[in-house]
Design a binder for this molecule. Structure first.
Ligand code: ADP
Ligand code: MG
Length: 473
């Protein structure tokens, strides 16, 4: 959501041009009193811009809930009043501690003030900031992540003991958290650069275009600690890899510490030069595995305690629910943390702890994921049926228009409904490259914003996929 839009003049569109009261009434009639009272009544109208409407709610949780469940219908209702409107956005007016609790990405301004973190004066790099909440102290340890934790801790205490340190593991298992924690503990005494491989490439290309290669090199070669997140996305051209290799060596030569994260082991990286891979393997390589029940349960406990410090009046989540979450949400720690946030938010909004069946509703999508019932096969079948094409056609390499859109839709749904990585999805779609997968996902995301009908169809498909799960249970 762009905050810039908030300050834009709305001269041509007086704020009362949409009859929000009438729209609210329509929402109530169409979506029912319960849903209205629980969620939709909390929405405030902010303003109407060119062809979209900006609304606001108080917390991220409410926004996400409304966005995932009711936004399409809200748009349809608004369209009845003004058919030019093709998009609805909801901003958050949350307070600071709420943002903290919900593991927000938007909250940390400290990097702006910190002189010791070098960053290229470019708004893009602001994505690569150090989050003050992801530290060693709140990283819960179990057998699956102990080695990675200890190695990170050592690096943060004793520079250049292992160089580079290479941490790999699946999605949402704590790699970024560890890199962040290293950056956090070293940033006061060192020049720290924390960047994702994607941003590195972006910045590289941009610097070439704007003739600022010298500056680019300086920035990177001046760091004491270089943390590169998600190196698997580095698949750049020869020239970029060349530059990366030299930067890498220059840093090692001058004794800078390099820490890299990835979703796979160095030798499994595709499209990265052999010599770079062998450099990656030259230090210490550690992996993080899926958490066992013990660790999941410890994380649930810790996170609930953290939240209860933030909200002292909060009702106590029962052991039954804690147990349920620790047992059922298995795929990643990110989902586990997300599940806890939802349950706690629910208890704050309704002033009561959800019971088991309410918890199942709140966590429906996460449970489907972790039970692994949404298979790529199921998604492909349902999408093929909807578009009336055969599975062979979907998986073929043909690029006819009537095949491309369904294929992209199925890829997009696989991305949002399963926890498969991009390369895994690529393999399931006849060994397509992961850049093709990213492209498909981005295309559909963009279309969804501009095309309400398509968006509605996708939501229907999504429900079909999730619903067919339930029938099978
Ligand atoms: P990755 O980079 O491996 O995809 P992240 O580091 O982004 O995963 O972790 C996902 C979420 O889970 C973050 O909110 C992170 O703080 C949390 N998390 C991961 N591992 C742990 C842990 N061991 N203890 C506490 N929180 C964790
Ligand atoms: Mg990460």
């Amino acid at each position: 959501m762009s905050n810039n839009n908030l300050s834009k003049s709305t001269e041509n569109f007086p704020a009362d041009s949409l009859d929000w009261k009438a729209i609210q009434l329509d929402m109530k009639n169409k979506l029912g009193n319960d849903v209205y009272e629980s969620w939709l009544r909390k929405i405030d109208f902010v303003e109407e811009l060119k062809n979209y409407v900006l609304l606001s709610v108080s917390t991220r949780f409410i926004r996400d809930w409304i966005t995932s469940r009711y936004l399409d219908q809200i748009l349809q209702i608004i369209k009845k009043y003004k058919k030019d409107i093709n998009r609805v956005e909801i901003k958050i007016t949350e307070q600071k501690n709420e943002a903290l609790a919900l593991d927000s990405l938007e909250k940390d301004n400290s990097y702006n003030n910190s002189k010791n973190i070098s960053f290229i004066k470019d708004s893009y790099l602001q994505y690569n900031r150090i989050d003050p909440n992801k530290k060693f102290e709140n990283f819960v340890i179990g057998p699956s992540n102990k080695l990675a934790f200890e190695a990170s801790k050592k690096v943060s205490e004793n520079i250049s003991h292992y160089n580079p340190l290479y941490i790999y593991g699946g999605v949402g298992l704590g790699k970024t958290h560890l890199l962040n924690a290293i950056g956090l503990s070293l940033k006061n005494k060192n020049k720290v650069m924390f960047i994702s491989a994607e941003r590195f490439m972006y910045q590289f290309v941009k610097s070439i275009k704007s003739n600022e290669m010298v500056k680019f090199k300086e920035y990177f070669r001046n760091t004491d600690i270089l943390l590169i997140d998600d190196i698997q996305f580095m698949n750049g051209k020869e020239a970029m890899q060349e530059e990366f290799f030299h930067t890498f060596n220059a840093l090692l030569d001058k004794g800078s510490q390099i820490i890299i994260s990835s979703d796979r082991a160095p030798n499994k990286l595709s499209r990265i030069q052999e010599r770079i891979k062998s450099r990656f393997s030259g230090g210490l390589v550690v992996d993080i595995q899926s958490p066992d029940y013990e660790l999941r349960s410890k994380i649930v406990q810790t996170k609930i305690e953290e939240l209860s410090i933030l909200y002292p009046n909060q009702s106590t989540i029962s052991d039954e629910i804690k147990n349920f979450i620790s047992t059922e949400v298995r795929t990643s720690i990110r989902e586990l943390v997300g599940a806890i946030n939802r349950v706690v938010s629910f208890s704050r909004i309704y002033n009561k702890v959800p019971n088991l069946s309410e918890t199942k509703v709140i966590l429906k999508d996460l449970l489907n994921l972790s039970e692994n019932k949404v298979t790529i096969d199921l998604i492909q079948s349902i999408v093929c049926k909807f578009f009336k094409i055969s599975k062979n056609e979907m998986l073929s390499s043909r690029r006819s228009r009537y095949l491309v859109r369904p294929r992209q839709t199925a890829i997009y749904l696989t991305k949002i409904l399963t926890s498969k990585s991009l390369p895994e999805i690529g393999r399931e779609f006849s060994n397509r490259d992961h850049t093709t997968i990213i492209h498909s996902v981005k295309t559909i995301e963009k279309l969804r914003k501009d095309d309400a009908e398509l968006s509605l169809n996708i939501d229907n498909l999504k429900n079909k996929i999730l619903y067919s799960q339930e029938n099978e249970i």
